[in-house]
Design a protein around this ligand. Structure first.
Ligand SMILES: *Cc1c(COP(=O)(O)O)cnc(C)c1O
Length: 405
């Protein structure tokens, strides 16, 4: 049975059938439980990647599975031509997790959540102030998704070049640069979109004075502040949302990744004044707010949004840091470890920069799944409920790889 599957699914078949946007690992996972994954050969891996920050409650979490199965026996999909119970329940729970948000739009991914945020920001500015208040400010190295609007707003041009004319009035400035931010935001600015920690860009946290001054300047020029919490939200940084570390209130936040624990869902949470300019029909989605995804997301949110759960995330951060320091004392390959909670970036010294893909490959061989961010950062996004033993074992596997580099 297992032997047959190996012949059936491998990278060669992938290459033949799937449009090659990706070059996936040769590991073919078929089974997951908690923070462990098993491949076709039955080989076991510790998962420090969580499907890029998605399976934050571990693979096949029992309570999440229960809500999926239970909803799957009632109603899967009706479209937004109808109201459905799970969507209303999730909306109620989500909007009550923030002070600023009064309403939510559901979609299916992070890119779509940001697409809706940016469209809504433009629509709001246009309705209230007129068509000249349309500038969107974003940051170099930022990542906001792959729809054409969001990828053009993102600050990595290798992702947006080659697709023809880009939407205009999008401006990029250096991250954490207060001076640049003050000089570019003006009365013609509609919105700023920012990741509180740049995830894909290298696990770079926003500085506290930068975020607070950004909020001040946005207030001064009546600019909407969109905080992209797609990767940093849902408890990843030890608070439900990362912006809470900064003592600011956004106008819009976007969520996806861990919101559905692996079931696709995105959400755009907006304040009252934005939701009030919206007219019926100006935006939409067939799947958005689908009962299955909303039932699963409500359970995920219920589990994550507890003081005890979030405190545990902050405690696990300390276990990782301790293990990291132990390793780096022996091999001295890293400049530093960055991030908050369980969004961690280990910054490789210059001389090991070219080795990062090899490190990821050898780690998989050693039974450990890790991620890259930027050019020289090993990114860890373990399940938020990982236990100490799995952290120690995973870091030991990483050490075994690194000491031979
Ligand atoms: C992953 C990510 C996105 C895109 O999410 P998709 O679900 O892949 O569309 C957007 N913003 C941030 C910060 C992300 O990390």
């Amino acid at each position: 049975m297992i032997g047959k599957e190996i012949k059936k699914i491998d990278k060669k078949i992938f290459k033949k059938l799937i449009i090659p946007f990706y070059s996936p690992s040769s590991v073919v996972p078929i089974y997951g439980r908690g923070s462990r994954i098993f491949d076709q050969l039955g080989k076991e891996y510790i998962d420090f990647s969580s499907g890029i920050g998605v399976t934050s409650l571990g693979h096949c979490n029992r309570l999440v599975e229960k809500s999926l199965v239970s909803q799957s026996k009632k109603l899967w999909h009706v479209s937004n031509l109808f109201v459905n119970e799970p969507a209303i329940k999730l909306a109620k729970r989500l909007t009550s997790t923030t002070n600023f948000s009064s309403r939510v739009f559901f979609s299916n991914s992070g890119a779509e959540a940001n697409e809706a945020a940016l469209k809504l920001a433009r629509y709001y500015s246009n309705s209230i102030y007129g068509c000249y208040k349309n500038k969107i400010i974003s940051f170099f190295n930022s990542f906001h998704g792959r729809t054409f609007f969001t990828v053009c707003v993102g600050g990595q041009f290798k992702y947006s070049d080659g697709f023809g004319p880009k939407p205009s009035k999008i401006f990029h400035i250096p991250y954490n640069d207060i001076k640049a931010m003050r000089s570019v935001i003006d009365y013609n600015t509609c919105a700023v979109i920012v990741e509180p920690i740049q995830g894909e860009g290298g696990v770079i946290p926003a500085k506290i004075d930068f975020m607070q001054e950004l909020r001040n300047v946005c207030n001064k020029y009546q600019v909407l502040l969109i905080v992209d919490e797609v990767q940093t939200g849902m408890g990843r940084t030890g608070k439900l949302y990362c912006y809470e570390h900064y003592n600011i209130e956004p106008d819009i936040i976007t969520l996806a990744k861990a919101l559905g624990s692996g079931f696709p869902i995105g959400a755009t949470l907006v304040n009252k004044k934005i939701s009030e300019v919206v007219e019926i029909g100006i935006h939409g989605s067939t799947y958005g707010g689908n009962p299955l995804s909303c039932a699963v997301a409500e359970t995920s949110l219920k589990i994550i949004n507890s003081k005890k759960f979030l405190l545990n995330v902050r405690q696990k951060n300390k276990v990782f840091i301790k293990e990291f320091l132990k390793i780096n004392r022996r091999i001295n390959m890293f400049n530093e470890i960055r991030g908050k909670g369980l969004l961690l970036g280990m910054d490789l010294k210059n001389q090991y920069k070219s080795k990062i893909n090899e490190i990821i490959l050898l780690s998989a061989k050693e039974g450990l799944l890790i991620l890259k961010a930027g050019k020289n950062v090993i990114r860890l996004l373990p399940p938020l409920n990982i236990n100490d033993k799995d952290i120690e074992e995973g870091m030991f596997r990483l050490y075994k790889v690194l000491k031979n580099i």
